[in-house]
Every structure is written in C-alpha cells, then in structure tokens.
Design a binder for this molecule. Structure first.
Ligand code: KDG
Ligand code: MG
Length: 402
C-alpha cells in the first residue's frame, strides 16, 4: 500500500479545526486532527511545508517507522507544534489501517477491554446555585462524572464559567482578552462550592475540578486538603507542571487525586510525575502528544506506576481526536476517564461520526478505522477565523497563568 496524496482542510464551524486527509493508491483515505488552539496555522505550516512532502510514497501501515522518521528525522524534538503535526499523520495512518483491515481501530490496540469509556462533562455557573443546577442537569442527562466550576465572588470572570448568555468556549475570536485572578479569593471559595455540591447531590456522583495551572504547589496542597471531605475524583492542573518536582509538595499534604498534562506533548513531560507516582491521571491527549503511537507508549509506561488516563477532551480537540481517544480508551487496560465537552451542532455536521453516549459512558462505534468523516463542502463554507485563548492578570496587574 502507498500514500499518494495528503492535504489540509482548515475550517471554522463555530471554532477552528485543522484536519489532515491522507490518501492511498487503493482509494482508502484516513483523517487526522492537527488542531492546536490559538496556534492553528503554525501546525498547518509545519505539516504543509515540512512533513507532507516526506510521506508521499510511504507505506501507511508503517506507523512506527514513519513516527520515528518524523520525530527523530526532524532533529528538533518535541513541542506542541511538532507533536500535533506528527499526531495528525499518525492518527490518519491508524484510520487507514483500520479501514484497510475492515476493523475498528480499537481492535488494533488490544480489542475491547470494557463496554464503554466513562466520561465527564462540564458544569458551570455564575455562582454556587447555578453550578448546582448545572451539575444536576448533566446528571439528569445520564452523566456519572461532572466537572464543576463556578464564578469566584469578587472576580468579574472566572475560568470555566461562560460570559453572560454565551456557552463556554476556551477560545474567542480575535486577539486575547484579559481576565483578573485572585488566588486568595479562589482558595477561600472553592471548598464552599464542593461542600454544597456534596450536601445536595450525595456521595455517588464523581465530581471533578480544574484549577487550570493557577496555584503554587503549596497553595495547591492547601486546596487539595480543604477538598478532602468532598472526595473529588480529581483536581486538575493544580499548578504549572514544567517543574515536575512541584507535585511532590502537593502529594505530601493531600490525598485528593491529581490529574495533569493537557498541555504536555511527550512522555518526557510526565516521566518524573509518573515514576514518582505524583499524579493519578495523565491528561496528555492524542492530538497534542504525537498520536496513537506515542500515547500507547505513555499509557503503558503509566500503567507500571498505577497511573491511569484521563485525556483532555475540550471542544478545541476535533471529533477526530474524540474518536481516536475513545478507541484508545476502550482498548487499553489503564483507562481512567475521558473528558467530553459537546461540540456544536455545526461542528458535528462537518465531522459526521459513529461515537455515541449512553448512561455515562461513550463508545467509539464499530465502523472500520476511526468512524469519523469530514464534509468538505460544508467545511469550505466556514473558513478559518483568528481566535485566541484569554490571558489572566493578578489584581495588581501581574501577568499570571490563564
Ligand atoms: O485549549 C485550551 C482548552 O482546551 C482548555 O482550557 C480546556 O482546561 C481545559 C479542559 O480541561 O478542558
Ligand atoms: Mg483543563
């Protein structure tokens, strides 16, 4: 089998997506997601200018060799742009393999290890009462696990909480907007949110919370300790993770489980976190972490240390990544949970797919390959528009982590 052509489809059905389509001489094609939120065109250029010319003529079954060629062959290693570009190729090739063998990708990764993937979705509200209603609404829809975020009193906007009248999206058209942050107000507020949720909702629902890299390690330790009575499924990204040792301090103080890694792009970003058992869930997902080939190595390494997967699944990851993550999660042994933030109706129309939700679990479907397609005619009606992630400043104006 030979790769004969490869092209990019850059579109914006409510938000931006970069999609790679790889074709073969047999007429089978595969799709890969290359979306890096707010930096979409950098990955598109990396693919167009540097990668695509090198893959024409290669055998799409050689996922390992092509991965090594793109990773080692570039000399320059890692980084979100490189690893998202490699991921797009890798995922498209797994899609081709599945279609060529007439089997869903999960069968190529070990087969079905569970009946479905436990997923969590997002609840939010301007205050505790609204957040409670939002969690209840998702529980009524069948979710068994819900991430809860609420507006911090005294701050005009808070991470994870939509601006009035809009649904929450982690990127906005145009240049970055600015928001204000106060660690002191947040740390006083967060336990009151989860106290209320537990009192009202009982012990069974899995509650999760995203700190979005905003605390120092000792502040994160205080947060984890203060949330222990409400037994969260996890706190996510409690502090920035460039310094992997930071998490030792958190671990010394709290038994609240910790998840991190949505901004990671290689196993090496979490190597120490995993081998010292400083985290419970690894969030690096397929599109930003070098594709299925590298995610498998990362998950297998994590399994040795009792770390499970909890992959990123916000709307900036296209339905192709969602499908890939569900095939992956269905097959591997140390799957933990999968994030599921609904795409808009228009996005779902541009990317028709076979995955489905039922009673708290998702299944990738049994179509050959990934089971996702792209409607290129509809995609062309929604061209790319510049969008950016916001930035955050402390009350005194100092730039901080968003
Ligand atoms: O692109 C950034 C978003 O995907 C991110 O802010 C969402 O933190 C996020 C999450 O956990 O879904
Ligand atoms: Mg997050």
């Amino acid at each position: 089998m030979k790769i004969t052509a490869a092209k990019l489809i850059i579109c914006s059905p409510d938000r931006n997506f970069v999609t790679l389509r790889i074709e073969t001489e047999e007429g089978i094609y595969g799709l890969g997601d290359a979306t890096l939120n707010g930096r979409e065109l950098a990955v598109a250029s990396y693919l167009e200018d540097h990668i695509l010319p090198c893959i024409i003529g290669r055998d799409p079954f050689q996922t390992e060799d092509i991965w090594q060629y793109l990773y080692r062959g570039a000399y320059w290693r890692r980084g979100p742009v490189t690893m998202s570009a490699i991921a797009a190729v890798d995922v498209a090739l797994w899609d081709i393999k599945g279609k060529a063998l007439n089997t869903p990708v999960y069968n190529l990764l070990g087969g079905q290890s569970r009946q479905g993937c436990l997923v969590y979705t997002h609840a939010n509200g301007a205050d505790i009462a609204e957040a409670l209603d939002s969690v209840r609404k998702h529980m009524d829809e069948g979710y068994l696990a819900v991430r809860a975020q609420a507006g911090v009193p005294g701050l005009s906007s808070s991470y994870g909480v939509p601006k009035a009248g809009k649904s929450y999206e982690p990127a906005e058209r145009g240049l970055p907007s600015e928001s204000l942050w106060s660690t002191e107000r947040y740390l006083n507020f967060a336990p009151t949110l989860f106290e209320k949720l537990r009192v009202e909702l009982g012990p069974d629902v899995h509650l999760l919370h995203d700190v979005h890299h905003r605390l120092t390690p000792i502040e994160a330790a205080r947060l984890g300790k203060s949330l222990e009575p409400y037994h969260l499924f996890w706190i996510e990204d409690p502090c920035p993770a460039e310094l992997q040792e930071s998490f030792k301090l958190i671990r010394q103080h709290t038994t609240t489980p910790v998840a991190t890694g949505e901004v990671f792009n290689s196993l090496w970003d979490s190597h120490d976190l995993i081998r010292h058992q400083l985290i419970d869930y690894i969030r690096m997902t397929i599109v930003h972490g070098g594709g299925i080939t590298h995610a498998k190595k990362t998950a297998d390494f994590a399994a040795l240390y009792n770390v499970r997967t909890g992959f990123h699944g916000a709307t900036d990851l296209s339905p192709i990544t969602m499908a890939a993550a569900l095939h992956f999660g269905l097959a591997i042994h140390n799957f933990g949970i999968q994030e599921h933030m609904h795409h808009s109706k228009l996005t779902d129309e541009v990317f028709p797919h076979h995955y489905s939700f039922d009673a708290g679990y998702m299944h990738p479907g049994d179509a050959p390959g990934l089971g996702v397609d792209i409607d290129e005619v509809l995609a062309a009606k929604h061209p790319y528009q510049r969008a950016s992630l916001p930035i955050a400043r402390k009350l005194d104006g100092t730039l901080t982590d968003w």
